[in-house]
Design a binder for this molecule. Structure first.
Ligand SMILES: [Zn+2]
Length: 279
C-alpha cells in the first residue's frame, strides 16, 4: 500500500509530531546521528553531529512550524518539515528506509527518523542562546492570541484577509487549508480587506482560527505506512477528505447554506469558500 501526500503538514500535524518527538527524546541521550541524503548530509556536518552526539535532549518545543530540539549543551536543533517531512519512531536495529533522510539513535535502543519523500525538510543547529527564526506573529493556539491581538496584527493590512492570514508575521503557522477553513467558520468573505474587518468579525475570525486548529484531525498527511514495530507520526486515524468544511470541496454544497462551494485563486493559492454565507 503506497500513499501519496496531498498537502504539506499544517500546524496541528506539526504540534502532533512535536509531541511524539518530545515523548521519544525527552531525557534520552542521542548516541548517534546519521544522514542518508545530500540535503541532510549538508545540514548534519561532522561538527554538527559531534555537537549532538552524547547529548541529552531536555525538551522538544515548537514555534510556528519549527520544532526545536533543546539539548543539555544548550545547542538547539531546529527541524522544519516543509513539504513532506515526518517522524518515524522505531528500533535502532531497523533497516534504513528508502524515505529516511536522517536518524537519531538513542541510548535506550530506540530511533527517531526523519522521513521525507521530497527531501525539502531543513535541519539547522543553533549555538547556545542564538536561536534565530524568521519574524513570526503570535501563536494562534496560545491563550494570549485574542481578538485584540489579531485586530492589532490586521491594522494597516489592505490586502484580502485570507492571504493576509498566510503571512507568518500576522499569525504564526497558519497554512492555506486552515486559513480558508477559518474564514468559513467565521462567515467572512476571504476577499475582504483585512484592515476593514470590525471588532465583531475579528472576534469571529479569532475563534474560527482556534476552532479549526483545535478540531483538526491529524492523519490526513502521510507518505508511507508504518512497518512492524514502528510508528510513523502523521499516519493517524485515516480521516477522509469529508472532514474539510470548504477546502477542496469546489461545487459541493455548503454545509451551512447548501450553495455550491467556489474556488478562487488568491496570491497564487486556491481559496475555497461560499458566496452564500461568507460576507
Ligand atoms: Zn454557505
Amino acid at each position: 500500500m503506497v500513499h501519496t501526500f496531498r498537502a504539506m503538514p499544517e500546524l496541528p500535524e506539526i504540534e502532533h509530531a512535536r509531541r511524539v518527538a518530545h515523548d521519544a527524546l525527552d531525557g534520552r541521550r542521542i548516541t548517534r546521528v546519521q544522514a542518508f541524503h545530500a540535503t541532510t548530509r549538508r545540514a548534519l556536518t561532522p561538527t554538527t553531529r559531534r555537537r549532538l552526539e552524547g547529548q541529552r535532549v531536555l525538551a522538544v518545543t515548537r514555534r510556528a512550524k519549527y520544532q526545536l530540539l533543546e539539548l543539555e549543551n544548550a545547542y538547539v536543533l531546529e527541524v522544519h518539515f516543509r513539504m513532506t517531512g515526518d517522524w518515524a519512531v522505531g528500533s535502532a536495529a531497523d533497516p534504513v528506509d528508502a524515505l529516511e533522510r536522517a536518524r537519531f539513535t538513542l541510548d535506550n535502543g530506540a530511533r527517531l527518523s526523519l522521513l521525507d519523500g521530497r527531501a525539502f525538510a531543513s535541519l539547522r543547529l543553533h549555538a547556545p542562546g542564538r536561536v534565530r527564526l524568521p519574524p513570526l506573529g503570535p501563536e494562534p493556539l496560545d491563550a494570549a492570541f485574542t481578538p485584540v491581538v489579531l485586530a492589532e496584527q490586521l491594522r494597516g493590512r489592505r490586502g484580502p484577509i485570507k492571504p493576509v492570514l498566510l503571512d507568518q508575521r500576522v499569525v504564526a503557522g497558519l497554512g492555506n487549508i486552515y486559513a480558508a477553513e477559518a474564514c468559513w467558520v467565521a462567515r467572512i468573505d476571504p476577499r475582504t480587506a483585512a484592515h476593514s474587518l470590525g471588532a465583531v468579525r475579528v472576534a469571529r475570525l479569532t475563534a474560527g482560527i482556534k476552532h479549526v486548529l483545535e478540531h483538526a484531525p491529524v492523519g490526513r498527511y502521510y507518505q508511507r505506512p508504518a512497518t512492524v514495530g514502528e510508528r510513523v507520526v502523521a499516519l493517524g486515524e485515516g480521516n477522509s477528505d469529508d472532514d474539510w468544511r470548504v477546502y477542496d470541496r469546489e461545487g459541493q454544497p455548503c454545509l451551512r447554506c447548501a450553495r455550491p462551494i467556489v474556488r478562487t485563486v488568491q496570491s497564487g493559492r486556491s481559496t475555497y469558500w461560499c458566496r452564500g454565507c461568507q460576507r
